[in-house]
Design a protein around this ligand. Sequence first.
Ligand code: FAD
Ligand code: SF4
Length: 398
Amino acid sequence: MVQIGDMYYAWGSDDEIAANGECGGAVTTILKFLLEEGIVDAVLAVKKGSDLYDAVPTLITNPDEIIETTGSLHCGTLNMAKVVGTYLNGAKDMKIAVTTKPCDAMTLVELIKREEVDGDNVLMVGVNCGGTMPPVKARQMIEKFYETDPDEVLKEEIAKGKLIIETKDHEEQEISIDELEDAGYGRRTNCRRCEINIPRMADLALGNWGVIGPLAGKATFVEVFSEKGADVLGKAIESGALNTQEPIPKGVEIRANIDKIMAKLAGKWQAKDFDESRGEIFTTIAQYMDEFDKCIKCFGCRESCPICYCENCCLEADKGPDWLSKDLPPSPLFHMERLIHMVESCTNCGQCEEVCPAEIPLAKIWHEINLKLQETYGFTRGMDDKKPPLSYFPMPGK
Ligand code: FAD
Ligand code: SF4
């Protein structure tokens, strides 16, 4: 019987899924099994769009279509919780399984406690994540550093501190992530600061770290984090769809060590990005007033933020007071209003900063304030069902 805390090497017994999967296709196998058995009504996963740099969230109900979602798209900078919360009615009327990077899973946890998502209807099949890269910059980086046409790249992966690309003629090239990031490329800045690599708040967490020996590259490491995850994994193994093996103890150790090293690296980026001299929360906000003045009030940040979900937003011209909703650039209170609504639950997913046409470092600002709140109130977002200490639910705009 599978239990919370169990660890396995796992891979799909279907040859096509095993061959197409990133590391043996365990995630795809589990998702397909869930649909075939009717355990979920739909699966939310990610598939390649027009090219390798175009990650498309996809809702699938036909098990035969799951194969289209194999592989890890490292330029997939999307947030799956936004899709569940805003576009799938918070999974209130269907059971879904969703592949979640740590920021996806953490955001879902926050939306569940805010009653925006029905947690009983969601199974989080987590994937470890060492970071994602902004698609346009990734293309530029491949041209500049690898002297390769980005459209000739067949596969990209981050392993052993390097970004490795494989071209269509099966040539491999690798460059250290540090070198790329020092030059302003590589992972998104929010990902560099992210210290959560294994989604322990999901039901299951799958990743390639720790798979050593003959199964390296052919299987994925699975850890079980909930009763729901244990039940599903046990059934998938029992059915014969998923092959498993005890992990090699040295592999378990390696995985834990890489996790620690990555968390430490994130800490260094946090120290670099957040100048300690900024002091208290209001001092921090004051430091960014010039940045907020660049705002053109396009609402991109609000629209992309998974935690911003009010239907009647007081920042709209006809809904709020004139001084808040009509001026351009908006009063700093425009941003303070957003802060009050979302900053405690902000998971540093980076969506706001990615869309902001004024290039305001929004994710950095909210991450810095969120960390200060964590220090002050001992509340860590995205990890458990503890409610944020200051927010009140439902929000007045609901
Ligand atoms: P598959 O069966 O091929 O399934 C892959 C699943 O990942 C699919 O369901 C697909 O929908 C989903 N997916 C693909 N891209 C995204 C995306 N951008 N966002 C959300 N879901 C996505 N493992 C580690 O141990 N260390 C790492 O540093 C690490 N970094 C990763 C970074 C990213 C962006 C992703 C997506 C995965 C990362 N992984 C990492 C996990 C690893 O690459 C494999 O996904 C995992 O081992 C499962 O392999 P599989 O063969 O079972 O997956
Ligand atoms: Fe202002 Fe940028 Fe938000 Fe648009 S995305 S409203 S410009 S902060």
